[in-house]
Design a protein around this ligand. Structure first.
Ligand code: HEC
Length: 141
């Protein structure tokens, strides 16, 4: 059987439109689950992520990284639902999921920036526990 061309085009559009929403919801949960698996492997006493610890990680100042960016808030701003700005003057969209609903849907992007930004701020990579705490804080904001 051959479908009416405009009907098959319409079905194609529906398939494309409905894909991202389903894929996105899974992606964030999958990424948190992967961090949880890694956190448990590092510490069998791991008892889940803490948005409260994530907030502390986001706001506290560290001495090990670059002097002009001692905290995540140096670029992301102190209010998660507000925009940030890098020292170079580049505007950064809010990190809170409620303010930037399309965030944290590309695991490679999330990993790339965790790696880069944790090195800038802490002078080392963040542990899976820290990433999961931070992400669960932002997802709830
Ligand atoms: C030097 C400035 C700077 C600092 C400091 C910084 N960030 Fe970022 N961050 C950025 C920029 C720029 C982007 C990419 C642009 C965007 O996603 O809007 C980004 C993106 C991210 C992303 C990816 C978001 C997504 O949509 O996938 C994560 C996760 C992140 N940052 C976490 C952190 C954490 C955790 C800290 C503190 C340890 C931190 N950042 C500190 C500048 C910074």
């Amino acid at each position: 059987m051959t479908l009416n061309p405009s009907l098959s085009a319409l079905l194609g559009c529906i398939a494309i439109l409905s894909l991202p929403a389903a894929a996105l919801a899974g992606t964030r949960e999958d990424q948190l689950a992967a961090y949880a698996t890694a956190a448990r492997a590092a510490d069998p006493a791991f008892a889940g992520f803490s948005p409260a610890r994530g907030k502390i990680l986001h706001t506290r100042s560290f001495a090990g990284g670059k002097p002009d960016t001692p905290a995540c808030t140096s670029c992301h701003g102190s209010e998660p639902r507000g925009a940030g700005r890098t020292p170079a003057g580049k505007a950064v969209e809010p990190m809170a999921l409620s303010a930037s609903p399309s965030r944290y849907t590309d695991p490679a992007k999330v990993e790339k920036w965790f790696k880069r930004n944790c090195n800038e701020v802490l002078g080392r990579e963040c542990a899976p526990l820290e990433k999961g705490d931070w992400l669960s804080f932002m997802l709830g904001q």
